[in-house]
Design a protein around this ligand. Structure first.
Ligand code: IPM
Ligand code: MN
Length: 354
């Protein structure tokens, strides 16, 4: 029997609660689809940081490297200054594990949960491929004359040909495999970011023309992209973009698919350790109340199985989530679902086994 080692990082706030439900659902899927999952838990997060004064122990990256996948809950603690855990845990893992893709599907499961008028599941079903190791996120930059009236703060966007190219190639391949509209849209800002997106645009057309003639290429500025997410989301198939734009547009994407309760993503290193997570944060005010929506974490678990090659099990989880969102839940918001966190997990697990 196939077996997979899974590193589990519950993290902060409601992270551990939603991950517990994801594991419950994964454990329902595994025997049904004939594989085994072995979990190893890691206590990385705000509590550990407050105790030890280090965001990650030195061994963390090399330990996690031994796993094909990591299932992550959430990072962010109200008693820790913003930036420390985000940079010290989440971004560090994304960078050092070379998870150069952040894959974020935007799919509406039930029209009741869409804030846009007259948009139905057939209108909202696209995927954002966000570059995840470069751009404005590398931390390159600095201060000059800090704290004086002449202060200068510089934050540089780093775009390497290698980094851009591997991201674009992944997006083209993904679009081909998805086999829907076979259209890849580059989302950028070529009219202002005339160095960064010049490189992106040249690489996009070179690679597309040479190696992916079957994939139609489109381009949109990021501002127009947000407009169309709201006005015509049905236009999109696969979108590829840089780290910062990808961060911003996927929060909007999460809203049109029903909110943070349902939005999942994967930080992917196609040749290494990939990490799957709900996109929403640690939601500290809901911690321990059994009210947070676990569906995003459950969907992240489904994406994880798909990545591991267990795509039948992954889609069984997605189908169970669709059924429960359509037939049971009142809303997708914390405390308003009509069920508790654990009950939602039970219902999805039951749906997977059925
Ligand atoms: C996300 C988050 C992170 C990001 C933060 C927490 C650093 O917003 O996963 O989208 O900006 O990438
Ligand atoms: Mn974000």
């Amino acid at each position: 029997m196939k077996s997979y080692n899974v590193a589990v990082v519950g993290g902060d706030g409601t992270g551990p609660e939603v991950v517990r439900e994801a594991v419950k659902v994964l454990d329902a899927a595994a025997p049904k689809f004939g594989f085994k999952l072995n979990y190893t838990h890691f206590d990385f997060g705000g509590e550990r940081y407050l105790r030890t004064k280090e965001a990650l122990p030195d061994s963390a990256v090399s330990d996690l490297r031994k796993f094909p996948v990591v299932l992550l809950g959430a990072i962010g603690h109200p008693d820790v200054k913003p930036g420390i855990l985000e940079k010290g845990i989440l971004l560090r893992l994304r960078f050092e594990l070379e998870q150069y893709i952040n894959l974020r599907p935007v799919k509406l499961y039930d029209e009741r949960f869409c804030p846009l008028k007259d948009k139905k599941p057939e209108h909202i079903d696209f995927v954002v491929v966000r570059e995840n190791n470069e751009g404005l996120y590398t931390g390159s930059g600095g201060f000059v004359f800090k704290g004086t009236p002449n202060e200068i703060a510089i934050q540089e966007s780093v775009n390497t040909r290698r980094g851009v190219e591997r991201c674009l190639r992944y997006a083209f391949e993904y679009c081909r495999k998805r086999n829907k509209r076979k259209t890849l849209m580059l989302c950028g800002k070529t009219n202002v970011l005339t160095y960064a997106f010049d490189l992106w645009e040249r690489a996009f057309h070179e690679i597309g023309a040479k190696d992916f003639p079957d994939i139609k290429r489109e381009y949109a500025h990021v501002d127009a992209t947000t407009m169309w997410f709201v006005k015509n989301p049905e236009w999109f198939d696969v979108i590829v973009t840089d780290n910062m734009f990808g961060d911003i547009i996927t929060d909007l994407g999460a809203m049109i698919q029903g909110g943070m309760g349902i939005a999942a993503g994967g930080n992917i290193n196609p040749a290494g350790t990939s990490m799957f997570e709900p996109i929403g944060g640690s939601a500290p005010k809901y911690t321990g109340q059994n009210v947070i929506n676990p569906l995003a974490a459950i969907c992240a678990g489904g994406m994880m199985l798909d990545y591991l090659g267990e795509s039948k099990a992954g889609s069984a989880i997605e189908q169970a989530v669709i059924k429960i969102t359509r037939e049971k839940l009142k809303t997708l918001a914390a405390g308003k679902m009509g069920y508790g966190t654990t009950q939602v997990g039970d219902m999805v697990a039951g749906g997977v086994v059925d």
